[in-house]
Design a protein around this ligand. Structure first.
Ligand code: SAH
Ligand code: SF4
Ligand code: F3S
Length: 449
């Protein structure tokens, strides 16, 4: 590669889960701390970071078409951007990217991106570099302070996964489960609140596996961390995602009944309603154990909204086993869910299992599952009409005077009035759609915090 002038503008594009989005924010902060400015929407950026996701084939293949487009547009405009590939595809396929895409000058894994500035110096001098080391905690220590952000912020508290579900790449791309130290998290949460956050979502691939030691030297779990963060005066709402059924503790369930700032929402993926499929997935719980867990959350907090993830067409899944998934959905009554067609991932045990399911069978199962989930989501929203609740304003709506935010149950809510981003507005929910609710503000002004 030829030497290039140091970049003056950057763009970070994130394609993955919320932790991937968090990493994208931190990389943006890192580049800004180097004196590089964010490129305006639609404008050329001298440096583009593609923050990739490897979870399903479609997501992973996207990176190559994106690189191709960046190079082509760059040639047309006479200024090719420096391209960095970050995230989980970088971790899984770093060398392949370097070989397949000569336009890429940096490949950096999700645990190594604090070293991006050094890689950038090398790239400017014409040297390509790959860094897919996994010194997880070093990364957080080396990142700059948080900058001003929106009212709802992410905070990664736990990284990696030791569960090895047989379909999943995350244990390979993110490494072993690691908890960030308690004091670091309290400090980062304080900075986020100082920077304008009123809601913090604690993130981890298995966020409820988080453990630490509090300032009094007591061993605590995620519920202890939540209770501590609830003491921060400026913080109004706490959420967490994603949880694993095997890591749910009595304390976490109890916290939902006791900590007012902890929102009544639980994302607890189950993947399938069939015990045989769950075993083949290495999920370490049965459908019934999962349902009993949800009952305990509901007993602690009767209005808790439930969410999950599903995979249809796992190798060997029979029609009858898929029906068991539909029955589980009927039994729960979810407020919202994610559902996916099984995607075989290189290097995972399920990719070479017998009984891979035909694409048209997967299509049909996904359609039936999503019809059931959409029905339940609409029913949940419809049952919310008439409720009064605070909404945290996150952004402007399409029409002037229109505002969008989230209910405590993570529903999108819109209303009109004289408000600002970051306001907590008490509303009555008046009309339900499948994906959002219309509301009527109960006060003319935003309520004080
Ligand atoms: N750690 C979290 C979620 C990780 S990935 C958990 O275990 O709950 C998010 C979701 O992607 C998973 O819950 C699963 O539903 C889906 N997923 C993961 N690997 C997949 C694959 N190979 N094909 C299809 N969906 C997959
Ligand atoms: Fe993947 Fe399973 Fe770990 Fe979730 S718990 S990240 S699905 S291996
Ligand atoms: Fe994707 Fe990596 Fe997240 S594979 S889902 S970006 S942990």
């Amino acid at each position: 590669m030829r030497p290039t002038p140091p970049p003056r503008t950057y763009r970070v594009k994130s394609f993955g889960c919320q932790m991937n989005v968090y990493d994208g924010e931190r990389m943006a902060e890192l580049l800004a701390a180097q004196g590089i400015a964010p490129a305006a929407d639609g404008e050329h950026a001298d440096l583009v970071v593609l923050n990739t996701c490897h979870i399903r084939e479609k997501a992973a293949e996207k990176v190559y078409s994106d690189i191709g487009r960046l190079v082509k547009d760059g040639e047309k405009a006479g200024k090719a951007p420096l391209i960095a590939v970050a995230g989980c595809v970088a971790q899984a396929e770093g060398e392949e990217i370097m070989a397949r895409a000569p336009g890429v000058s940096m490949v950096v894994g999700p645990q190594a991106y604090h070293r991006l500035p050094q890689m950038l110096d090398a790239a400017v001098q014409g040297h390509r570099a790959t860094d897919t080391d996994m010194p997880a905690i070093a990364k957080f220590d080396a990142l700059p302070a948080r900058r001003r952000i929106g009212p709802s912020a992410f905070l990664t508290v736990q990284e990696g996964c030791d569960k090895f579900c047989t379909y999943c790449v995350v244990p390979y791309t993110r490494g072993a489960e690691i908890s960030r130290p308690y004091s670091d998290l309290v400090r980062e949460a304080e900075k986020l609140v100082d920077a304008g956050a009123r809601e913090i979502t604690l993130l981890g691939q298995n966020v409820n596996a988080w453990t630490g030691t509090d300032e009094k030297g007591r061993a605590i779990g995620l519920d202890g961390l939540i209770r501590s963060l609830a003491e921060l005066p400026g913080l109004v709402r706490i959420r967490y995602t994603t949880s694993h059924p095997s890591d749910v503790t009595d304390g976490l369930i109890a916290a939902h009944g006791e900590v007012e700032k902890l929102m009544p929402f639980l994302h607890l993926p189950v993947q399938s309603g069939s015990d045989r499929v769950l075993r083949a997935m290495n999920r370490s719980h049965t459908a019934d154990q999962y349902l009993r867990l949800l009952e305990r959350f509901r007993a602690a907090r009767s209005d808790i909204a439930l969410s999950g993830d599903f995979i249809v067409g796992f190798p060997g899944e029979s029609d009858a086993e898929f029906e068991e998934t539909l029955r589980l959905v009927d039994a729960v009554g979810y407020s919202q869910c994610f559902s996916f067609k099984y995607s075989p991932r290189p290097g995972t045990p399920a990719a070479t299992m017998d009984g891979q399911i035909a694409p048209e069978v997967m299509d049909e199962r996904l359609q039936r599952l999503q019809a059931a989930l959409n029905r339940d989501q609409l029913a949940f929203n419809a049952a919310s009409v008439g409720k009064r609740c605070p909404v945290l304003v996150e952004r402007k709506g399409k029409k002037p005077g229109q505002w969008l935010g989230k209910s405590p149950w993570l529903q999108s809510v819109w209303f009109e009035g004289d408000y600002a981003i970051g306001d907590m507005v008490d509303v009555e929910l008046v009309e339900a759609g499948p994906n959002s609710l219309a509301a009527r503000p109960l006060t003319l002004e935003a309520l004080p915090a």
